[in-house]
Design a protein around this ligand. Structure first.
Ligand code: DHB
Ligand code: FE
Length: 283
């Protein structure tokens, strides 16, 4: 049995990668944002998980709007960072935990989640940025990953309740895996932002703070919201937050909120992070 040692949530704003590549992390605009991740990087360096399951959405980079899987799963040994238009990035390919990913594929199909299975996948900022926020820019990534892609780009997106149910399957896959690896789950995206339409630029700081405070102790509030309520509360792109629910649902009912960080705006987004650990369950 593998062991889930933490649930992490983070924004994945693409300009974070650009700021890192251009050496802007210590400038007045960016320093308060990056400084908030120092304790999370220390947490990761201390815990050294073997596998990171990363739940994220592609943004029209690997899958354009002509073919959008509602749910997809990477089962490759390695994932190339995709060029999103700023030029190829000098970051190493991201190792994949193909063995565990195939096991997860089987558990998902058994439980009637039927993902698009990707033997080959280039990953965009949705996956790149969370890894560099928690690991910095290493010569080689010290973790093997399993990408899970969720359509949060083109309606209809899946429901919060569906993402919650996916979390239970993640937990089951971890517990039924014969290896003894340690695992973290990263929920990515959000927090509030809207990049299009009449409300472009919308940020809801109060709702973002509530989210960071309550996703650990009171996740049912967010599980039970409709997709429309996500869009109203967090913005059309802020609805990416549904992906954190799969991370939270994979954990024990009781968790500790080890740390949070919030900074707004980062680009056009309320940017936030949380690290959760399981409380022991009663025997
Ligand atoms: C922005 C934020 C995102 O989460 C994203 O995927 C794309 C853009 C932004 O704030 O610019
Ligand atoms: Fe996004």
């Amino acid at each position: 049995m593998a062991r889930l040692i933490g649930g992490l949530g983070t924004s994945h704003v693409p300009s974070i990668a650009v700021a890192l590549d251009r050496g802007l992390a210590d400038t007045p605009d960016w320093k308060p944002f990056f400084d908030g991740y120092i304790p999370a990087k220390a947490w990761m360096a201390r815990k050294k998980p073997d596998i990171a399951i990363v739940i994220y959405n592609d943004h029209g980079n690997s899958f354009f709007l002509d073919r959008v899987p509602t749910l997809a799963l990477g089962v490759a040994d390695s994932y190339r960072p995709i060029d999103e238009g700023w030029g190829p990035r000098a970051i190493p390919p991201i190792p994949g935990a193909a063995d565990f990913a195939w096991h997860l594929a089987d558990r998902m199909v058994e439980r009637h989640f039927d993902p698009l299975i990707c033997r080959e996948l280039e990953v965009d900022h949705g996956m790149q940025v969370p890894l560099e926020l928690f690991y910095g820019l290493p010569q080689a990534w010290p973790v093997r990953t399993v990408p899970i892609l969720v359509n949060t780009i083109q309606y209809p997106i899946p429901t919060p309740q569906r993402l919650w149910a996916l979390g239970a399957v993640l937990r089951e896959a971890i517990e039924s895996w014969p290896g003894d690896e340690t695992v973290v789950i990263l929920g990515t995206g959000g927090l509030s932002h809207q990049l299009q339409g009449a409300r472009a630029g919308f940020i809801n700081r109060a709702a973002d703070h509530d989210w960071l405070e309550n996703i650990g102790p009171h996740p049912e509030r967010y599980r039970d919201m409709t997709r429309e309520q996500y869009v109203e509360t967090f913005g059309s792109e802020g609805a990416e937050l549904i992906m954190w629910l799969a991370m939270r649902a994979a954990m024990n009912p009781k968790v500790r909120t080890v740390m949070t960080h919030y900074h707004a705006p980062a680009s056009m987004t309320g940017a936030g992070m949380v690290v959760l650990e399981n409380e022991e369950e009663p025997a």
